[in-house]
Write a protein that binds this ligand. Structure first.
Ligand code: PMP
Ligand code: GLN
Length: 397
């Protein structure tokens, strides 16, 4: 237990083991050492000028006051239409779609809404850094199931659904999944969805599906949203974010689609966490997203960058792993060093001027041997010249 005392005031930390997030630490280190930042996941190029103009227009048109608590109507309609067109499930924009302050708030509000003291939440590791603190703040208990790490037979991280099945108990309230997966790029197959259906059938288990990279899947493959399966959709909070899709991570506009009973509880929390999120961005994104090419062209756009980074890494001593989705690429550095991933990442910034993220940071226990596979994450949401400059430095490692 961590207790801080100032004068007579005492704070007993609710998150004693939590420090500053790895993304913030590594981005600061990148600035301090003037390194090329391929760590934190954000584009180093601007969003489409058309979208920026739409925001300016929305402000000039007077969309500057509190929007409706669950989100601007036109945006909820566009989200509902998009999900229906791509995944074949129609969410009622009035009662089943909520616009949130990024996916982060949707995740926190969902977990706070459904997890009660003592409930168990199954999480697949490596996992995005906000999941475990959210569960803890809700009074729940995280049950972490490691994904199987890459081997020579299967070069991608993959889920052992038998292990997930055997971890289910009467106390399991929620399973959190994240595909396309950060940091590994793993995507769902029909067999994965079958397994999830079988595990949750005849239970009261709910699902939180973090699909923020839904539009960044490569090699012509589709993203299999949990919304594509009616039985899963009936128990799932499907969460996404415009930050990844429109190159606007700093706007923090996300959303959650969920059946009305689930959405009702989500909104009770949402309205007291943020109440609502900025109107000009919502109005602009509603107009912009009506043009489906704004998200359907993303795979081509990012696949070029993925291939550029992979080709570059193949000229270094890093070994890039296959990358079916997201704007992150994993690379094995064991030919270079046997340092733990966190030490290696700091060394890379300080000595070689390229910032990466240790995959171990996505585990509840980052220092454990089981969390360290000699793999780091590179973000390729960067201009080609940034990627080329990084490769030049990496060739010297
Ligand atoms: N989930 C995952 C898997 C992410 O990678 C991120 C951010 N990169 C988020 C959630 C948070 O999204 P947002 O910035 O919209 O809050
Ligand atoms: N999701 C981003 C990443 O994985 C970071 C978001 C953040 O810094 N909170 O790099």
């Amino acid at each position: 237990m961590l207790t801080t005392t100032i004068h007579n005031m005492q704070i007993t930390s609710k998150l004693p083991e939590v420090g500053t997030t790895i993304f913030t630490i590594m981005s600061k280190l990148a600035v301090d050492y003037k390194a090329i930042n391929l760590g934190q996941g954000f584009p180093d190029f601007n969003a489409d000028q058309r979208l920026l103009n739409l925001v300016t227009q929305a402000m000039s048109d007077g969309f500057n006051q509190y929007p409706y608590m669950p989100g601007v109507a036109s945006l909820r309609q566009v989200i509902s239409d998009k999900v229906s067109a791509i995944y074949g499930h129609r969410y009622d924009p009035d009662t089943e779609v909520t616009v949130t302050s990024g996916a982060t708030e949707a995740i926190m509000s969902t977990v706070l809404a459904v997890v009660n003291t003592g409930d168990q939440v199954i999480v697949l590791e490596p996992c995005y850094d906000s999941y475990l603190p959210a569960i803890k703040l809700a009074g729940g208990q995280a049950v972490c199931i490691p994904m199987n790490p890459p081997t020579s037979d299967c070069q991608t991280f993959h889920v052992d659904w038998d292990r997930v099945r055997s971890s289910v108990t009467p106390r399991t309230k929620l399973i959190i999944v994240n595909f396309p997966h950060n940091p590994t790029g793993a995507i769902l197959t029909a067999e994965d969805l079958d397994a999830l259906e079988a595990i949750t059938q005849n239970t009261n288990i709910m699902l939180l599906s973090d699909e923020v990279y839904e539009h960044i899947v490569f090699d012509g493959k589709p993203h299999l949203s949990l919304a594509t399966r009616p039985e899963l959709a009936a128990r799932t909070f499907v969460i996404s974010s415009f930050g990844k899709t429109t190159h606007t991570t700093g706007w923090k506009i996300g959303y959650c689609c969920a059946p009305v009973a689930l959405t009702t509880e989500l909104r009770k929390v949402h309205q007291f966490v943020v109440f609502t999120v900025p109107s000009p961005f919502q109005v602009a994104l509603a107009a912009y997203t009506q043009d489906a090419s704004t998200y359907l062209n993303l795979p081509t756009f990012y696949q070029d960058k993925r291939d550029r980074l992979a080709t570059g890494l193949n000229q270094t001593r890093f070994k890039p792993l296959p990358n079916p989705s997201t704007f992150f690429m994993l690379a094995d550095y064991r030919a270079i060093s046997d340092m733990p991933e966190a030490d290696f990442s700091i060394w890379m910034t300080k000595e070689h001027g390229v910032t990466v993220i240790p995959v171990s940071a996505f585990y509840g226990n980052p220092d454990s041997v089981d969390s360290n596979h000699g793999i780091v994450r590179f973000c390729f949401a960067k201009q080609n010249r940034t990627l080329d400059a990084a490769i030049e430095r990496l060739m010297k490692v």
